[in-house]
Design a binder for this molecule. Structure first.
Ligand code: 5AD
Ligand code: SF4
Length: 362
């Protein structure tokens, strides 16, 4: 039996085990991928769920050192998608049988923003006969806001921890960005009965394999329902760009991301894992490869084309001028090539969410 299989057959993987698995190359790495593929087949099958992604606005009060739409970048045009355009995109998703949509934007906490979102949620629910699943990815908010949005129809929330090591988090964010506040938001979301998702960036400057192993253990400890993670990709107009000489090559960052997806599938068998756009940015077949080793969710971009170039979190973001129809057609091809199948007209909720809730009832 190969060393990789010996490690994988343990009942519980330690940090040291995870570091060894993250360091695999060549055949050993392929063993890891095959193992993850089997776990995926057994526990979540080959269905892929679409979430139509709408990048609502690039206005953001935060100033993360890695992100192209940070408030300190003066060179972008700031937008908020018109309400009717959002509803048109939702209608498209609904009629095509996407079970869910994701509303994402930069972070704002002002009343105008929180009320706009609440009213939008109600309109979306009405438009779709309360049928479409809504995921929000709108940053840190207070409990009342999360509650209002939950009551208005959102049932899932993505809030990436970005880096679960506090010291690394502090190197990636200005001093007023508070790791504990973010952690507390994740706990609040769980308390308010959202399906909770988080994630990290992979291949960041200063990040070690030990940090990534800890990220995986952090997901497990937090008992998350969903995960979106992908490679860090540099952006010239951000402070972190000065450390680009510390980065792994794009290929290495991609493979490391793939190993993270495979390991998370092995560690948390029934969570939803997104095949992220950042993975596709570094490898044109990135999402397909992620589906093979563990992912089961894809977020086709439904943001109206005229806004897309203003939502550049990182360089070379792909498919910026692709219409929704083209995106869906290409994705379907790639998904089939990965031996998977799109599950239309289904919410694709996280199975983990239901299993943890049933556990709590008993
Ligand atoms: N590279 C990769 N991902 C990034 N994000 C922001 N900037 C970058 C970057 N340069 C991710 C963050 C954030 C999500 C919306 O986009 O993880 O949570
Ligand atoms: Fe704003 Fe999110 Fe970018 Fe940070 S990562 S600057 S919170 S959009």
């Amino acid at each position: 039996m190969s060393d990789v299989l010996k490690i994988l057959q343990k009942d519980e993987l330690s940090k040291n085990d995870l570091v060894q698995l993250l360091a695999t190359q060549g055949e050993a790495m392929q063993d890891l991928f095959h193992y993850a593929q089997n776990v995926k087949a057994q526990h979540v099958g080959n269905k892929v769920y679409f979430r139509g992604l709408i990048e609502l606005s690039n206005r953001c009060k935060k100033n993360c050192y890695y992100c192209g739409i940070r408030s300190g970048n003066p060179n972008i045009h700031r937008y908020f998608v018109d309400e009717q355009e959002v509803l048109d995109a939702v209608k498209y998703a609904y009629e095509k049988g996407f079970g869910s949509i994701v509303l994402q934007s930069g972070e704002r906490n002002d009343k105008d923003f929180t009320e706009t979102i609440e009213s939008l949620l109600k309109k979306i629910m009405k438009l779709t006969n309360n049928e479409i699943g809504i995921t929000l990815s709108l940053g840190e908010q207070d409990e009342e806001t999360y509650l209002r949005w939950r009551e208005a129809g959102a049932k899932r929330y993505l809030l990436r921890i970005e880096a679960s090591n506090r010291e690394l988090y502090a190197k990636l964010h200005p001093q007023d960005h508070d790791f504990d506040k973010r952690l507390n938001c994740l706990k609040l979301l769980r308390k308010l009965d959202y399906q909770v998702g988080t994630g990290v960036m992979i291949g960041l400057p200063f990040q070690t394999l030990g940090d990534l192993a800890d990220d995986l253990l952090f997901f497990k400890e937090l008992d998350i329902d969903m995960c979106g993670m992908g490679p860090y990709i540099e952006h010239e107009e951000t402070p972190l760009y000065q450390f680009r000489n510390l980065l792994l090559s794009k290929e290495e960052r991609f493979l490391l991301s793939l190993k993270m997806v495979a390991l998370l599938r092995i560690l948390m068998k029934n969570v939803n894992i997104a095949a992220t756009t950042a993975m596709q940015t570094l490898d044109s077949q990135g999402r397909e490869k992620a589906l093979r080793v563990g992912s089961n969710v894809i977020m086709p971009n439904l943001t109206p084309l005229k806004y897309r170039d203003d939502y550049l979190l990182y360089e070379d973001k792909p498919s910026q001028s692709e219409t929704a129809d083209e995106t869906v057609r290409l994705l379907e091809e790639h998904i089939r090539a990965a031996g998977c199948e799109v599950a239309y007209f289904q919410h694709g909720d996280s199975q983990h969410y239901f299993s943890r809730k049933n556990k709590n009832v008993q």
